[in-house]
Ligand binder design. Structure first.
Ligand SMILES: NC(=O)c1ccc[n+]([C@@H]2O[C@H](COP(=O)([O-])OP(=O)(O)OC[C@H]3O[C@@H](n4cnc5c(N)ncnc54)[C@H](O)[C@@H]3O)[C@@H](O)[C@H]2O)c1
Length: 367
């Protein structure tokens, strides 16, 4: 496809997730091209631009938003900045791709959705599990009736904690592992079951190993009860040694399937000496390791960005939107409140004036 037909993309951020966005557009280049990047630390955007062959680099993302040819902006910045960035992008008339979790509060979620709607731009929620090939395959089989009535969907993601300092600072993140990775599981269970309403949420949280650096939760077990009777079970940890784990289980009255993203896409490997890179968050490449191939593809990131670009061109209907992110936000509120009170929490659950979801756990109040 000629370059002029491809969606012109700007990326906010230049570190972990920004690299995934840039690499994803490079892996599937036919619908979109990254033409600009913005990051505030001097030199970072320019270095990123050189690395990915991106023509324009900015330290202030608002300057990038003034570039008339850019059509879609992806946000790969800390959670507390998502809302303001989304409003600025929408007000500049550009489509928004917002990383998970959507934002800090339900008021922010409502405002982001409303402003994008008013400005006529797409508000796309970057939940890559909707595009993860193994998980998509599981959903295809479920939708074909392979498991009969699905009564239990489990999603779990675990590792030993995030790579950047801001994740541990709940003023910037809004919460711990439930907020950071539970958001994936909540979205996954809802999407897998065809988005039935959530009736109630029960959650158990703890900080087992990282209390020295965060007041956030580092281990979470959360149970969602859906109106169709199915149960979603979301289990996440920043306390798991030995690298990354991401898996699902689907149970129906007529069958079941298991999908593990890192086992089965990996080469069981033993090395005395180590080697370059195994997989995200692997602590070592010595001894027994499980290096993956085509890592981003197996997570679904290129497919996700490709889909978003096609949505901008009107070729596909958005499969992951701000509404998904808002539901996740409401369930996160309920999860933290449940952990704080020790009770099951019924939805709708929309307490006003919450500043950070984690406050509903750390300072539980009657609602
Ligand atoms: N979908 C996933 O699986 C996944 C994985 C990792 C991170 N994320 C999400 O992506 C987002 C970014 O996380 P990350 O891991 O890349 O963090 P990071 O710390 O690696 O990078 C954050 C980036 O944001 C930039 N930034 C900070 N303040 C800014 C500002 N005022 N204006 C513009 N840019 C600013 C930083 O300079 C940095 O480049 C988070 O919301 C996180 O939850 C999603």
């Amino acid at each position: 496809m000629a370059s002029k037909d491809r969606v012109k993309v700007g990326i906010i951020g230049s570190q972990f997730e920004a690299e995934i966005h840039a690499e994803s557009f490079r892996i599937m280049p036919d619908e979109a091209e990254v033409v600009a990047v913005a990051s505030p630390t001097p030199g970072h955007a320019a270095a990123f631009a050189r690395r990915f062959d991106i023509p324009r680099a900015f330290t202030d993302y608002r300057e990038m938003l003034a570039e008339p040819d850019i059509e879609m902006i992806t946000i790969a910045a800390p959670n507390a900045l998502h809302c303001q960035m989304t409003l600025d992008i929408a007000n500049a008339g550009k489509h928004v791709v917002c990383e998970k979790p959507l934002c800090m509060t339900l008021e922010e979620a409502d405002c982001m959705i409303e402003v994008c709607r008013a400005k006529g731009v797409l508000f796309l929620y970057a939940e890559e599990l909707f595009f993860t090939p193994k998980y998509v395959r599981a959903k295809e089989m479920a939708d074909q009736g392979a498991f009969g009535k699905v009564y239990l969907v489990k999603q779990s993601e675990k590792h030993f904690g995030p790579h950047a300092d801001w994740f541990w600072d709940v003023d910037k993140s809004g919460g711990g592992v439930m907020m950071d990775m539970g958001c994936h599981g909540i979205a996954f269970c809802s999407w897998f079951l065809g988005r039935p309403s959530v009736k109630s949420v029960y959650c158990q949280l703890a900080t087992h190993v990282h209390a020295d650096k965060t007041m956030g939760d580092d281990d979470a077990i959360c149970i969602l009860e859906f109106e169709n009777g199915a149960i979603g079970m979301v289990e996440d940890s920043w306390a798991r040694r030995g690298g990354m784990q991401d898996r699902v289980e689907i149970h129906g009255e007529g069958g079941l399937t298991y999908a593990d993203l890192h086992m089965g896409n990996a080469l069981p490997t033993y090395s005395e000496y180590g080697y370059g890179y195994a997989v995200e968050k692997a602590p070592t490449t010595k001894g027994w390791t499980y290096p993956v191939f085509e890592e981003l593809w197996n997570y679904g990131f290129p497919q996700e960005m490709h889909h978003f670009a096609r949505c901008v061109r009107g070729k596909e209907t958005p499969q992951a939107t701000g509404e998904d992110g808002r539901l996740v936000q409401e369930v996160l509120y309920a999860a933290y409140h449940s952990a704080g009170t020790g009770r099951k929490v019924a939805l709708p659950f929309r307490p006003a004036g919450v500043k950070r979801p984690i406050d509903l756990w750390r300072n539980p109040r009657e609602i």
